[in-house]
Design a protein around this ligand. Sequence first.
Ligand SMILES: [Zn+2]
Ligand SMILES: [Zn+2]
Length: 386
Amino acid sequence: MRDLINSYLDELVAIRRDMHKHPEPGFKETRTSGIVAEKLRNWGIEVHTGMAKTGVVGTLAAGNSNQTIALRADMDALPLQERNTFDHRSIHDGIMHACGHDGHTAMLLGAARYLAQTRNFNGTVHLIFQPAEEGGGGGRIMIEEGLFDRFPTDAIYGMHNRSDQEAGLFGVRVGGIMAATDNFEIVVTGIGTHAAMPHKGIDPIVTASGIVSALQSIVSRNVPPLQSAVISTTQFNSGTTWNIIPDTATLRGCVRTRRPDVRDHIRLAMERVISGVCAAHGASYDFSFIPGYPLTVNTERETRAAVSAAAKVVGERQVDPDTPPLMASEDFSYYLKKVPGSYIFLGNGKQSVTHRADYDFNDEIIPAGVQYWATLVEQELSGKCR
Ligand SMILES: [Zn+2]
Ligand SMILES: [Zn+2]
């Protein structure tokens, strides 16, 4: 496997750098998904296009087993001006592959080519190339458009490079590996009045200020100290001029959590705090808790499978089965709400950080990533009983 995959390496690096040079934002990955579909077809893989606009699913079967596995890569770039000066830097102003999705796509293509050529497995592999991971929820839309009805699978696996981890090291954990993000909006309604006659109204600015302060006590006083959570009020908008107390004040912000019970607890505590502060001031409110990406929760059996496959590639000592989770979030979480699976990190080396203008995917980790995918398929679709 190692030698065969290494024989494609120059081509995979060329594909990766070409994608880096031509980044495309979420749902507009037409060039990228065109290349993906063409490569898959050339390697004899059945190709389905058009899900969530630019999504591509390649399906490859071998043997007679009805066991199925799905592997997922993301294709979108970020709205960021690249600062790198190497030859494969972005040719599009204000957009760059700053999260390594170019590398994820190239690694899954490498696995596709190997699996199509060797077919050393018994069952079906679905290769999912999704659009718009960065906030657009491309994965969620593919599911809504019937991904798992058209391509049912026993398990799904994802992989992301990690820039605070040594190159080539794998890290994974059972349970929550990426946080949930939710946004909130609180509209406080008082009674506007002359600034010199506050007793004639109800001041929404003083009320909302009380809410901003009181919300901070939820994480420090209501969330168990060993759980992590963040509540950030990031917008406070009210008023039109110096001498009018306005009718309303609007607060917005986000909540990050790592456990569904903590998330629910925070939502309820927020409502309690907002309603209490508003009652104290005689104001009313409208509170919206707007769900973002849910928690990314790895299932136990599939995570054991991921650890075992990664250990076969890089050795047990290079795999952390209890890696620290991140407070960032992932739309891979939507797949894991439907089918069991596991999302693994592959260290990119620490020379830069994802979402920064000098980031680049590390081509040296491509072989480990491709071998991980190929090993996982051969291990899970070995034809033996699970
Ligand atoms: Zn990202
Ligand atoms: Zn990413």
